[in-house]
Design a protein around this ligand. Structure first.
Ligand code: SAM
Ligand code: SF4
Length: 366
């Protein structure tokens, strides 16, 4: 990557450099700095998604092929101390929201200890996790006790047969018990993520919306993105968010946009509110990464399970923070490398329907 000379940088980045961000300031004590982690489009990065494993116990059809994807040897994964140290650097640079994801994060051995370590990093306002929920029943209470604040659970349908078909190895009843356990453990503002596939679960939107309304979960319907090792994405499977809302309207749901809605943890969803055919009052989110690009508002970066910084979902990261760290980089070196890499954050993703990313979402972290 070519790093532009400092006079070519936006004011925020120049100021950050001048202030020594990435330089000498001790990470945990750094006050919130309005100039830190600003990219060339003046987007301030405040949200870090950390993949804690590339392994998964499901094989969702939109994410990976039926046989799964090759996984990396365990010693290539970031160790807990390495994850915590990197999170500290990002927080020093202005990150306030951290999400643990995967693969399936609950498969990472001793995950509760990792959550405890990350929760102790001063300066994180929101520590959340995205999970398929399969192992949540036994882990919800210890995760909550360790400091995890919020959960997003992937749930594409409430029909057991279709759930098994879309996840290939999943079991709906087990996930529903996981959600019960999360509620009992005191998790609030839980969100449900449903990737909507034409001809598969596009008839299940109303049932999911009603379930969310009953349980107090924000349901978010996600457009299928052309990411994955299968060539499964296409007009036969992709359903734009506008058509999802048409389907809901046909089923008797009256929805109106709610652009002012705020939900804990924020996120890229556009919100709608309304009523269901049985009088349900709902708030729904639509994540339309393909049909309604939200890259202008992107505030996130991703850290892969092997420690590679990925500046955009559709860009292959090139900076291995793990290699730097294992080669003896100081905290200041790490922050400087992160800042420089962020200058390469692309202005927008490159899906546009024509450029599938041939990498499993499980290895990117969603
Ligand atoms: N295993 C966890 C789970 O499923 O919640 C976390 C990792 S998963 C890769 C993160 C999110 O990415 C999930 O909500 C999943 O539904 C979503 N996802 C995976 N493949 C996708 C695709 N091709 N398009 C849109 N969303 C996708
Ligand atoms: Fe696993 Fe999540 Fe991908 Fe499904 S979406 S295969 S649960 S990583």
């Amino acid at each position: 990557m070519t790093v532009p000379s400092s006079c070519a940088l936006p004011a925020g980045v120049r100021a950050a450099t001048a202030l020594g961000i990435g330089g000498t300031v001790a990470a945990p004590n750094l006050p919130r700095n309005p100039f830190a982690l600003v990219d060339l489009q003046a987007r301030r990065v405040e949200y870090l998604r950390v993949s804690v494993t590339d392994r998964c116990n499901y094989r969702c059809s939109y994410c990976m092929p039926a046989q799964g994807v090759p996984v990396v040897p365990r010693d290539e994964l970031l160790a807990f101390d390495e994850i915590a140290r990197l999170v500290r650097q990002f927080v020093a640079l202005g990150v306030r929201k951290v999400r643990l994801t995967g693969g399936e994060p609950l498969l990472r051995r001793d995950l509760v200890r990792l959550v405890d370590q990350v929760a102790r990093v001063p300066g994180i306002d929101d520590l959340a996790m995205t999970t398929n929920g399969h192992l949540l029943e036994g882990l919800a209470a210890p995760l909550r006790a360790a400091g995890l604040q919020r959960l997003n659970v992937s749930l594409d349908t409430l029909d057991a047969g279709r759930f098994a078909a879309v996840t290939r190895q999943g079991d709906l009843a087990t996930v529903l018990r996981g959600l019960d356990a999360a509620d009992a453990a005191g998790f609030e503002h839980t969100k449900l993520n449903a990737v909507v596939l034409r001809g598969l679960n596009d008839g299940d939107l109303g049932a999911l919306a009603a379930f969310g309304a009953r349980r107090g979960y924000l349901v978010r319907f996600i457009e299928y993105m052309p990411i994955g090792v299968d060539d499964h994405w296409g007009p036969a499977t992709y359903l734009p968010a506008a058509e999802m809302r048409e389907r809901l309207a046909t089923d008797g749901w009256t929805l109106t946009p709610d652009p002012a809605a705020t939900h804990p943890g924020g996120g890229p969803a556009r919100h709608w509110v309304g009523n269901g055919p049985a009088g349900e009052r709902v708030a729904l989110g639509f994540i339309a990464a393909v049909s309604e690009k939200f890259c202008r508002l992107c505030n996130r970066v991703r850290l892969s399970a092997t420690g590679t910084l990925r500046e955009c979902l559709s860009a292959h990261g090139t900076l291995s923070l793990r290699d730097r760290l294992r080669a003896g980089a100081t905290d200041a070196d790490l922050r400087a490398a992160i800042l420089a890499a962020l200058l390469g954050k692309v202005d927008a993703h490159r899906f546009d329907g024509n450029e599938p990313t041939h990498e499993a979402m499980s290895s990117i972290g969603g």
